[in-house]
Write a protein that binds this ligand. Structure first.
Ligand code: SER
Length: 320
């Protein structure tokens, strides 16, 4: 039975990954850690939750030992748009949490999952059906951290035998916790704004394609890659995964088919425009399919129906 630590558990992914892991591995075997006590107070309503600064290696080491942790999900990160506002902080936080996780994993014989991202790619990456192994020259600090993190994680695996695995997440659409500071956030925000105000102003240019995943598929990716037979893995850090790719205009038009009163406009943020233009239009995820059976279940239409219903419910309940 696994003993799992989720670092950065209060974020968009962690909020839903914790209950997903509890369902698979048992409530007591999952510890949710976050930096902020108020977030830990929220998490503690549904999980064993602790306050932890992942950069404080002594407290981090103590927690791993006390809880006999054997698997770390390291979700600590500043995302792409926020990272550009404070690149030094993004580097020290994103890389500091990863380095501590890898070193402590080596000492304590833990497996480590650290998500990479479509942000690891850059302008000179092939944008259509972006291959698993290709040019990776990102021009954001977030992307620089992600490429460095992939390399470092593979290095710890080949040099020290640490069981490191990862996926390159595209934009993740969900209705648990809101994302914060990402370029793909528009594809989540729009659903809340449709439910609340019936209109949305988008900061990403209308014709920019980006890959997306609905959260249930993202959660399965995170657990399936960690359960994969190591002898079948040719790659480790990190696998392309996707289930849909669309532009803002295509998403909004599809929403309008279901909500005819919905209106939208654009107030393009130049940073988000530049970042999104440098990312792939659509990924080739065949290596994930071949090496560990990646098989996403949610397409655009099912995702939209589910998000509209969930966000309408949240707004009706006064949760947003
Ligand atoms: N969702 C992330 C971002 O937009 C990409 O991994 O920054």
């Amino acid at each position: 039975m696994k003993r799992i630590l989720v670092l950065g558990a209060g974020g968009q992914i962690g909020t839903e990954l914790v209950p997903h892991l509890q369902k698979h591995y048992g409530y007591d075997n999952v510890i949710a850690a976050d930096l902020k006590p108020e977030i830990v107070a929220r998490l503690s309503k549904g999980a064993r939750a602790v306050t932890l600064n992942a950069l404080d290696i002594e407290s981090y080491a103590k927690l791993l030992k006390n809880e006999k942790i054997d698997t770390i999900y390291n979700l600590v990160a500043l995302l792409s748009a926020t990272g550009e506002k404070n690149p030094q902080l993004a580097w020290s936080l994103n890389m500091g949490a990863l380095l501590n996780s890898l070193n402590l994993a080596l000492d304590n014989n833990c497996s480590v999952f650290t998500p990479s991202s479509i942000g690891a790619f850059g302008e000179n990456t092939p944008h259509y059906k972006t291959p698993q192994d290709t040019v990776m020259r990102p021009n954001t600090i977030y992307g620089v951290c992600k490429v460095s993190g992939e390399l470092l994680s593979d290095y710890y695996h080949t040099r020290f035998g640490v069981d490191t695995r990862s996926v390159r997440f595209p934009g993740i659409i969900s209705n648990g916790a809101l994302p914060g500071g990402g370029t793909t956030d528009y594809a989540v925000e729009v659903f809340y704004e449709v439910a609340k105000h019936g209109r949305y102003t988008c900061e990403v240019p209308k014709d920019t394609y980006m890959d997306m995943l609905y959260m249930p598929d993202a959660l399965n990716a995170a657990t399936q890659v960690m359960e994969a037979d190591p002898y079948k893995l040719v790659h480790r850090n990190s696998f392309n995964v996707t289930s849909m790719s669309f532009t803002p205009e295509q998403l909004f038009t599809a929403i309008k088919k279901r909500v005819p009163s919905f209106t939208w406009d654009y107030k393009v943020d130049p940073v988000k425009a530049q970042i999104s233009a440098s990312w792939p239009d659509c990924l080739d995820d065949s290596c994930a399919r071949e090496e560990w059976g990646w098989n996403p279940q949610w397409g655009l239409d099912e995702m939209i129906d589910d998000m509209l219903e969930a966000c309408a419910r949240k707004v009706a309940n006064g949760e947003y």
